[in-house]
Design a protein around this ligand. Structure first.
Ligand code: FDA
Length: 391
């Protein structure tokens, strides 16, 4: 059997690319070292796969080259993916902020991709170790535990380094380096923050407490939930900001967005002077958090007995809590990897390496990283479509 294209990686991007190419009559081989295809799809969105976002635009992506993703996102949009999902009779709903989830299970998305691949005669070889990739007389040869395969086009869709336990490797970066492509240093993104022991000692009693917050890093801000954990902080707002954060940076947290805590405390002091500060805070915050904030500000007792300065100290911790995380939980739990194959080395139309005809990189392996909310899968589909239409 000879192939027009070999795709390494049977995740969302690889399977989608295979399906698109096969529809065009291409003979496609997909290789993966895992036991099952699409494992990250399976566990995504709490088992319901947040497969796209209604509001997808290039503004939802980070990259050294923020305009790179525009072309692929335009050629295969969120609406195109929704139409495909509808054709497969997969029921879905919008959870929040344009995030679309399966009503049933994420396995439906995997089955949809595999059905489309089967229709096009795609061969998917799992549990296959890829040992070596090389330029061949016509195209590329791939040395594997199941023998050697050759094809004019090679697509690398092996994702990033997130969750090594699930088989994530730096394979895409190795291939990129081998062929002289630049790598934007990969780093964990959409990942919880950890606190240094001193800060952790102050907040560890809050594990499990959640609030709606606005979290900022410079001019970037996200309004979503924040969750205290045994190691630091997590929740959607924190995962989002983590993609922008670098070692040593500070973030700012507002735990009562849209409200001026100092003004409200002053008003309450006038109206209900006998009220305890903790009770006043607990009107807007979970009680445990209210107690913690008052203790950290070193403030207790009745509002009437607290001077403006003391109320201001409490309010600052509520509206403008400045936190310097010690680090992140790393690739062990990061939902995605930021950085990756430098987009300056790739065509934004086709994902083909500019200086290596026939070699393509798609999905999370590329230096395009989406916000939380279905954007990373949309990038897998859109970049897979771009390459699948070219190979
Ligand atoms: P992906 O990592 O999916 O696939 C790569 C494939 O390559 C894997 O099958 C792997 O086994 C294979 N491979 C790797 N190295 C290899 C090697 N050396 N040899 C052979 N095969 C190799 N996004 C989103 O939009 N909505 C969501 O709901 C979620 N939820 C979510 C939850 C969790 C827990 C995680 C970890 C991630 C998400 N994501 C997400 C992110 C999303 O899963 C991710 O961005 C895409 O799966 C990336 O798709 P790719 O196909 O690029 O890589």
């Amino acid at each position: 059997m000879t192939y027009d294209a070999i795709i390494i990686g049977a995740g969302g991007a690889g399977l989608f690319c295979a399906m698109v190419a096969a529809k065009r009559g291409r003979r496609v081989l997909v290789l993966d070292h895992a036991k099952k295809p699409g494992e990250k799809i399976r566990i995504s969105g709490g088992g319901r796969c947040n497969f796209t976002n209604l509001h997808t635009s290039s503004a939802n992506f980070l990259s050294d080259n923020p305009r790179f993703c525009i072309s692929a996102l335009k050629r295969f949009t969120q609406h195109d993916f929704i139409a495909l999902v509808k054709r497969h009779n997969i029921a879905w709903h919008e959870k929040t902020l344009g995030q679309l989830f399966c009503d049933g299970s994420s396995q439906q998305i995997i089955d949809m991709l595999l059905t489309e691949c089967a229709k096009g005669g795609v061969r998917v070889e799992l549990q296959t170790e890829v040992r070596h990739v090389a330029k061949a007389a016509e195209g590329f040869s791939v040395e594997t535990s199941k023998g050697r395969f050759e094809a004019p086009s090679l697509v690398v869709a092996t994702g990033g380094k997130s969750i090594p336990k699930m088989g994530a490797t730096g394979f895409a970066y190795e291939v990129a380096r081998q062929f002289g492509l630049n790598i934007v240093p990969p780093r964990p993104a959409l990942v919880p923050f950890t606190f240094a022991p001193e800060l952790l000692a102050m907040t560890s009693g809050l594990a499990g407490v959640a609030v709606d917050a606005v979290v900022s890093h410079g001019k970037t801000r996200f309004a979503e939930a924040l969750l205290f954990t045994h190691r630091g902080i997590s929740g959607p707002a924190i995962l989002q900001i983590s993609s922008y954060w670098r070692d040593g940076d500070e973030i700012e947290i507002d735990m009562v967005p849209g409200r001026d805590m100092l003004a409200e405390l002053k008003l309450l002091r006038k109206e209900t002077p006998k009220q305890e500060i903790v009770t006043a805070l607990a009107r807007l915050l979970p009680r445990r958090l209210a107690e913690n904030i008052a203790a950290r500000a070193g403030v207790e007792g009745r509002l009437a007995d607290l001077a403006d300065k003391r109320l201001a100290a409490v309010a600052a911790l509520v509206n403008h809590w400045r936190v310097k995380p010690q680090g992140t939980e790393g690739f062990r739990t990061a939902e995605v990897t930021a950085g990756g194959v430098d987009t300056r080395c790739l065509s934004s139309q086709t994902m083909e390496a500019r200086d290596v005809p026939g070699l393509y990189f798609i999905g999370e392996a590329v230096d395009v990283t989406g916000h939380l909310g279905g954007f990373n899968f949309q990038w897998a589909w859109s970049s897979g479509f771009a390459a699948g239409s070219a190979i």
